[in-house]
Ligand binder design. Structure first.
Ligand SMILES: [Zn+2]
Length: 769
């Protein structure tokens, strides 16, 4: 039935537009042009697929990755806030290439006295400085937080030559490392730990003057192997502070020696639990492993407060083994309260763990472990089952940083224990985000130094889903009948950024060091783009399958942006070149509106335009094949005798066509439209999007039609749709549910408010009054 109607209306409309199109052929010729279409294939932007990375977005048949295994002995000097370490790295060259040297990352050198990082900004005076930044910039300080390398030795204890270039260290190998070979060497080092609350460092200590203790969150603390890959060769782009990390996978055996009264947790399985736990802690730990609904305290607040006063001179060594991780972190303090619970992931139990000083309560005992457990469930459902045995959330002031199995999170109540909603939701959200980073980039191991959005954007997108799922799982935590108040992800939230000053916006596909606004660029915009892709462009089913396919193809591997873009198409059959180009490669924005609505009516006589066409060619009606005429309401005198008649009643040729082509039964089922409109939609914004239109009819009913984004493929500025309807249209709204991040909604509706009177006139015309 619908088919017949469609067939008839397209047949008629096509005929007439073909007639008018012929008139344009006499136009003056414009110069030629390159393919500027947003729908152009992405062959120029994408790297060519090869044996390492396939065109489908999957790892290719010759895909390889390097491996770096670490054996480390670490000692913390709590009195002086210095960390000492020796490490033996075994580096496996799985590349087909021969390596003459190795590159290691010395990230702490960003805080060495001769660091160039503070010298590269050219912005002039700021009207306000964070206190710590002011002190760092203008108060001369003797603090030197760079690595002191004591030696680099080969397997037999002979010194190896090395060169330090800022945050990178090259070790020159006495003999080349061939494909398939491995080499072991040792590095001894130490550095002064910064106060991260002053220095805005990702790692360091917070000092608590009331009790004289420090709480340490320690990461980037050892010379780490850089990534060597088929894409970058050595990823030895300097660490300037913003572009995060690129690290190979490996196995870690780490012994960490701290004061005996510290509570510590770290990446990896604690292998000497019986040595470092007392009997009571063991008992509680066994209970926690069976507690799926609430955390069990391993160290209580009372015990932590007692430990704060101890300042033991004795030492204790905590021993960990971590397999297939790309990095290592730990947290230690006398001040830590410790709780954990079990969470079922697939068939496995994972421990959700929290470490926090009493300053974090009552917020932390209430929400931290709950948020960890909920995050592991949500992310696992959308990607793959969380493969490690635990995930730890550590409370550290102003921090939000991620490492394998462990992360640092902000969210501190006021001193009297009260807290605002902002603090509460900020804390839950940062925990979801940082625990979520276990998936991106700790397991789906993208190159953060090169592409901030690949971990931050994907993680922030997943964070949005996980926050909404947290809100559904714990309705008592959020406001009654409300959704979880996500800060990022909803399309409307990205509008201020995307409609902002173009000189301070970069495409998502830019290095994190070089973008103007890292938060919106690497977090919010890609997260929103993916959210829109899921909800509005692809649909949840196709998107979720493709996103899961990407996650599973690239877990424990090193994906590039193309691997993501290609997989999303490969697994869904949705052509997304236009979407990646517009959202990821440009700073374009979405703005789509309804520009004009013209009414037409059916006539058996040609209208003015058709008559002019015929006159110019000396044609009479007898010279033409049978036509049904759609006549422009504005330029014609409306013939009241046509009022209330159906097209086949008005047009003899149409009546004959129906008699010849349709059976009596089919004719009885035909619904004939009485109203014809030509609606012009315009697109001031550069991004093509699905054209989502809500039509409101005179009887108050509404209908939604979504035209695919390809409607813009031949005309990026405006398109026209002919709407034939049995009911009079009284209103049109583009993107009625605000799902496309349209930056200007004043052009989204028809009739426009100021054109109300004209609209009424228009309506009267239709009714023939
Ligand atoms: Zn992040």
């Amino acid at each position: 039935m619908e088919k017949i109607r469609y067939y008839i209306s397209t047949l008629l409309i096509l005929s007439i537009s073909v007639v008018f199109a012929q008139e344009d052929s006499s136009k003056e010729r414009a110069p030629g042009h390159l393919n500027q279409s947003k729908f152009k294939q992405m062959y120029e932007e994408f790297a060519t697929p090869n044996m390492y990375r396939s065109a489908s977005g999957t790892p290719g048949p010759n895909y390889y990755q390097q491996q770096a295994d670490y054996k480390m002995d670490i000692e913390l000097d709590d009195k002086n806030a210095i960390i000492y370490g020796t490490e033996t790295i075994t580096y496996h060259n799985n590349a087909p290439d021969v390596l003459e040297f190795l590159w290691l990352q010395l990230d702490q050198n960003v805080r060495s006295r001769d660091s160039k990082a503070p010298l590269r900004d050219g912005n002039g005076v700021a009207s306000a400085y964070r206190t710590g930044s002011f002190a760092k910039e203008f108060l001369s300080s003797s603090f030197d937080g760079g690595f002191k390398i004591e030696y680099v030795k080969d397997n037999s204890g002979n010194p190896l030559p090395y060169t330090i270039n800022q945050t990178m260290m090259r070790i020159d190998l006495p003999t080349v490392l061939k494909s398939g070979e491995q080499v072991s060497f040792s590095v001894k080092w130490w550095y002064k730990i910064p106060d991260h609350t002053v220095d805005r460092a990702r790692s360091g200590y917070e000092f608590f003057p009331k009790d004289g203790n420090r709480a340490y969150v320690i990461a980037q603390f050892f010379p780490r192997m850089a990534v060597y890959s088929d894409v970058e060769g050595w990823q030895n782009h300097q660490f300037w502070g913003r572009g995060e990390f690129a690290l190979p996978f490996g196995n870690y055996d780490v012994n960490i020696t701290v004061p005996a009264d510290h509570t510590l947790d770290a990446t990896g399985v604690l292998v000497n639990r019986k040595e470092v736990f007392n009997k009571e802690m063991m008992k509680r730990y066994e209970a926690a492993k069976k507690s799926y609904d609430k955390p069990v305290l391993i160290v209580t607040q009372e015990e932590a407060e007692a430990a704060e006063k101890g300042f033991s001179e004795n030492k204790k060594t905590w021993k960990f083994r971590a397999e297939n991780v790309r990095d290592y972190g730990f947290a230690t303090s006398r001040k830590f309260i410790w709780d954990m619970q079990a969470v079922k992931i697939g068939k496995k139990d994972v421990m959700a763990v929290s470490l926090y000083p009493k300053e974090g309560n009552p917020l932390w005992e209430e929400f931290s472990t709950k948020a960890v457990a909920s995050t592991l469930k949500s992310y696992s459902a959308h990607t793959f089952d969380y493969p490690y045995h635990k995930a730890i959330s550590v409370h550290a002031k102003n921090q939000g940083m991620e490492y394998p199995m462990i992360c640092w999170n902000y969210g501190r109540p006021n001193e009297d224990g009260t807290y605002s909603d902002r603090t509460k939701y900020g804390m839950i959200s940062v925990i979801i985000h940082e625990v979520g980073h276990n998936f991106f980039p700790m397991i789906v191991n993208s190159d953060e130094r090169q592409w901030g959005w690949m971990d931050e954007g994907l993680d922030t997108f997943m964070q949005y889903l996980a926050e909404q799922e947290f809100g559904e799982a714990y309705p008592e935590v959020i406001a009654p009948n409300a959704k979880y108040p996500s800060r990022r992800g909803d399309p409307s939230k990205i509008v201020p950024y995307m409609s902002g000053d173009q000189s301070t916006i970069s495409p998502i596909m830019a290095n994190p060091e070089n973008v103007y606004q890292l938060g919106p660029n690497a977090y919010a915009k890609p997260a929103t783009a993916l959210n829109i892709l899921r909800e509005t462009v692809m649909g949840k089913e196709l998107f979720d399958h493709a996103f899961k396919t990407y996650s599973q193809r690239w877990k424990f591997k090193h994906p590039t942006p193309e691997d993501f873009f290609r997989t999303m198409e490969d697994a869904s059959a949705v052509d997304l070149d236009w979407f990646w180009r517009s959202w990821f490669y440009t700073t374009d924005y979405v703005d789509i509106g309804v520009k004009r609505v013209k009414k037409f009516y059916v006539s058996d006589k040609p209208g003015k335009q058709m008559k002019a066409y015929m006159a110019a060619r000396n044609l009479t009606e007898a010279d033409l094949p049978p036509y049904v005429y759609l006549v422009d309401d504005e330029s014609e005198e409306y013939d009241p005798s046509l009022s209330g008649k159906s097209p086949s009643e008005i047009s003899q040729p149409l009546k004959e066509f129906m008699m010849d082509n349709l059976t009596a039964e089919e004719r009885a089922m035909v619904k004939e439209p009485k109203f014809f409109y030509e609606v012009t939609f315009d697109k001031p914004g550069g991004i093509p999007m699905p054209l989502i239109v809500e039509f409101t009819y005179a009887d108050g009913t509404r209908e939604n039609i979504t035209y695919p984004p390809e409607i813009w493929r031949k005309n990026d500025a405006e398109v026209k749709r002919v709407i034939s309807s049995e009911k009079e249209i009284v209103g049109i709204m583009v993107d009625p549910k605000a799902e496309t991040a349209d930056i200007d909604v004043t052009n989204n509706g028809w009739p426009k408010k100021e054109q109300e009177s004209e609209f009424n006139k228009f309506k009267k015309g239709i009714k023939g009054e």
